[in-house]
Design a protein around this ligand. Structure first.
Ligand SMILES: Cc1cc2nc3c(=O)[nH]c(=O)nc-3n(C[C@H](O)[C@H](O)[C@H](O)COP(=O)(O)OP(=O)(O)OC[C@H]3O[C@@H](n4cnc5c(N)ncnc54)[C@H](O)[C@@H]3O)c2cc1C
Length: 496
C-alpha cells in the first residue's frame, strides 16, 4: 500500500458531473484527485442536449465555443405516416437570443464529445482523470475521509477533506452511505444505439410510429459525428439484438422499410427508465452529485444538465470553505439542489408520458433558465428577485469598449454591482469584484439593458454569486446586512 497523501477533494467518477467539478476546483486552485474506474473514456452519445443554462455555465468554464464548434443545432423532426408520407415539425422552441438570455436553444453534442472537450479543458488547467482507478472503500471522521483506491498498480489510501460521489446512477458512494434512493421504475424500457447507417438523410430527426409504443422508433443524426442515434421504446422483457443486423431488422419491422441499413454499431444499450431521488445529498464530509443523486428518464434532455449544475453549485462552496468560509455554507448545497432535482424528475416524467402519446413538446421549461434558489438561506433581500439566475446585459466600459455583464461574471469570483451608488461604500476584498454602474461609473448602461434586467433603484447593489445567481439586493442604507452576508460566504474585508 502506498503512502497516504492529502488532497482537499477526491472526486469519484469522471463523467459529466465529476469533470465539471474538477474544472471548477482546478481553476480555483483547490487540490483534488479525479478517479474513474473505467480504463478509458465512455464512448456513447447518451445525454446529447446541452440546455441554455448549461451553455451559460460552459461559457464561464471556458468551453462553450468549443462545444458549439464540435456540435450543432437540433434538426427539425420528420414524422412519417404509415403510407410513407410525412410532416415536418419542430418540437423545440426556437426563440431568438436576447441581451438578458444569450442562449435560447439546446445545443446538440454527443456526451462523449462533451466529455472530451471537458477533459481537454481540465488538462489546460493542469489536471487529468485517473482512468482505471476505482474507489473501493472509504471511512469518514469529523475532519475528513480516508479513501481506498484500487488500480493496476495496487491499492492506495488517500486522505481528503471531502469525498464527492459523482459515480452515476448505481453510485457506490450512495450505497456505502446507505442513502435511500426513493422513486420508481417507470415501466418503460428503451434501446439507444449510436450507429453508422444508410437510407436516411442527415437533415432531420426521423420519427416513425409516433404515439404507438410498439412501433415507435426515432433516428437522429448526431451532430459532430457521422453517426445516427437510434432510440426506441421496447417491451419490458424483450431480448433485443443490438448488433448491426439486429438493429437493421428492428428498424425494418418498426418502419416497414428495408432500405434503412445499419452498417456498424459504436455503442448500444437497452435500459429501463427510472425516476429516483437520493434522500440526502450530504452525509458529513461526503457529497453526491449528478446521477448518483437523481436519475430521470431521458425525455427533455435534463439528466446531464442537472448533473453539471449540481457540480457547479458545489464547486465554489467547497473552495470557499477550503479557504476559510464557515462549514455551514456546505449545507446550502443539498438545500438548493435537491428541490431542483425533484422538479426536474416531475418534468421529465411528464414529458415521457407526452412521448408515449406522441405529443412531446419541449418548451422553455427544459431550458433550465428559470431554475433558481429563491428559498435558499443564501438569498438576501427582495424576495421576488433574489435567488434567481443573474441575467446578462450589454454594457459599455467607461473607456468606450463594449462588454457583456457575463464578461464581468466570468471566473471564480463574486461580483458586486452598485447602481448609481457613491464610490468607496464597500471595502474591496479578495474574491469579490466590485463594479459601479452609472453615468459616472466605470460601466455605463447605455441601452438600459442592465436596468431592464435587474430593475434596481438608484443607490441599490446587486451581489452575484460565483455560479451566476443573485445572492443579494440591498440599498446603500443597508450595507450592514451585505457585510454580514459577505462574511458568511468567506469574503472578509482586507485593506488594499
Ligand atoms: C442510456 C442513457 C441515455 C441517456 N440519455 C440522456 C439524454 O438524452 N439527455 C440527458 O440529459 N441525459 C441522458 N442520460 C443521462 C446522462 O447520461 C446522465 O445524466 C449523465 O451521464 C450523468 O452524469 P454523471 O457524471 O452524474 O454520471 P455518469 O455519466 O454515469 O458518470 C459516472 C462515472 O463514475 C464512474 N464510477 C462509478 N463507480 C466508480 C467507482 N467506484 N470508482 C471510480 N469511478 C466510478 C463510472 O464509470 C462513470 O464514468 C442518459 C443516460 C443513459 C444511461
Amino acid at each position: 500500500m502506498n503512502e497516504r497523501c492529502a488532497v482537499d477533494v477526491v472526486i469519484c467518477g469522471a463523467g459529466a458531473a465529476g469533470l465539471t467539478l474538477a474544472i471548477d476546483l482546478a481553476r480555483r486552485g483547490i487540490t483534488f484527485r479525479l478517479v474513474e474506474k473505467n480504463a478509458e473514456p465512455f464512448h456513447g452519445s447518451r445525454g446529447k442536449g446541452i440546455q441554455p443554462r448549461s451553455q451559460e455555465i460552459f461559457e464561464d468554464l471556458g468551453i462553450l465555443d468549443r462545444l458549439f464548434a464540435v456540435g450543432g443545432v437540433y434538426p427539425t423532426e420528420r414524422r412519417y405516416r404509415d403510407d410513407g408520407s410525412y410532416t415536418e415539425a419542430d418540437s423545440i422552441e426556437r426563440n431568438a437570443s436576447t441581451a438578458a438570455e444569450p442562449y435560447q436553444q439546446p445545443l446538440m453534442v454527443p456526451q462523449f464529445l462533451t466529455e472530451r472537450v471537458m477533459r481537454e479543458r481540465l488538462l489546460e488547467l493542469g489536471h487529468r482523470p485517473e482512468f482505471g482507478c476505482e474507489l473501493v472503500a472509504f471511512e469518514q471522521d469529523d475532519e475528513g475521509v480516508s479513501v481506498q483506491l484500487a488500480s493496476a498498480a495496487g491499492t492506495q489510501s488517500v486522505r481528503a477533506r471531502w469525498l464527492v460521489g459523482a459515480d452515476g446512477g448505481r453510485s457506490f458512494v450512495r450505497h456505502a452511505l446507505e442513502i435511500g434512493f426513493a422513486g420508481k421504475t417507470l415501466g418503460v424500457r428503451a434501446l439507444v444505439a449510436d450507429v453508422q447507417l444508410s437510407g436516411l438523410t442527415r437533415d432531420c430527426w426521423h420519427r416513425f410510429g409516433e404515439g404507438d409504443l410498439l412501433r415507435q422508433v426515432a433516428v437522429c443524426p448526431l451532430a459532430g459525428t457521422e453517426l445516427f442515434q437510434i432510440q426506441a421504446p421496447i417491451a419490458l422483457e424483450a431480448q433485443v439484438d443490438l448488433s448491426a443486423q439486429g438493429l437493421t431488422a428492428f428498424i425494418a419491422k418498426r418502419t416497414g422499410r428495408d432500405d434503412i441499413q445499419v452498417h456498424a454499431v459504436s455503442w448500444a444499450s437497452a435500459y429501463s427508465m427510472n425516476a429516483r431521488l437520493a434522500d440526502h445529498y450530504r452525509v458529513g464530509q461526503v457529497f453526491l452529485v449528478g446521477d448518483a443523486a437523481h436519475i430521470h428518464p431521458p425525455t427533455g434532455g435534463q439528466g446531464l444538465n442537472t448533473s453539471v449544475q449540481d457540480a457547479y453549485n458545489l464547486g465554489w462552496k467547497l473552495a470557499a470553505v477550503a479557504n476559510g468560509a464557515p462549514e455551514t455554507l456546505l449545507d446550502t448545497y443539498e438545500q438548493e439542489r435537491r428541490p431542483i432535482a425533484a422538479s426536474v424528475l416531475g418534468l421529465s416524467t411528464q414529458l415521457l408520458q407526452g412521448m408515449q402519446r406522441g405529443d412531446m413538446r419541449r418548451g422553455r421549461d427544459v431550458h433550465q433558465l428559470d431554475l433558481g434558489y429563491p428559498q435558499s438561506s443564501l438569498a438576501l433581500g427582495h424576495a421576488e428577485r433574489v435567488g434567481n439566475r443573474a441575467p446578462d446585459a450589454r454594457l459599455r466600459g467607461a473607456g468606450g469598449q463594449s462588454l457583456r455583464l457575463f464578461d464581468l461574471f466570468k471566473g471564480a469570483h463574486w461580483t458586486l454591482l452598485g447602481y448609481g451608488v457613491a464610490p468607496g461604500l464597500v471595502s474591496p476584498r479578495a474574491g469579490l469584484h466590485i463594479h459601479l454602474i452609472g453615468a459616472h461609473g466605470e460601466v455605463i448602461d447605455e441601452q438600459g439593458q442592465f436596468q431592464d434586467a435587474y430593475e434596481l433603484a438608484l443607490g441599490e447593489w446587486v451581489l452575484v454569486r460565483p455560479d451566476g445567481y443573485v445572492g443579494a439586493i440591498v440599498s446603500s442604507g443597508s450595507l450592514q446586512s451585505l457585510e454580514a452576508y459577505l462574511l458568511q460566504v468567506g469574503l472578509s474585508p482586507v485593506l488594499p
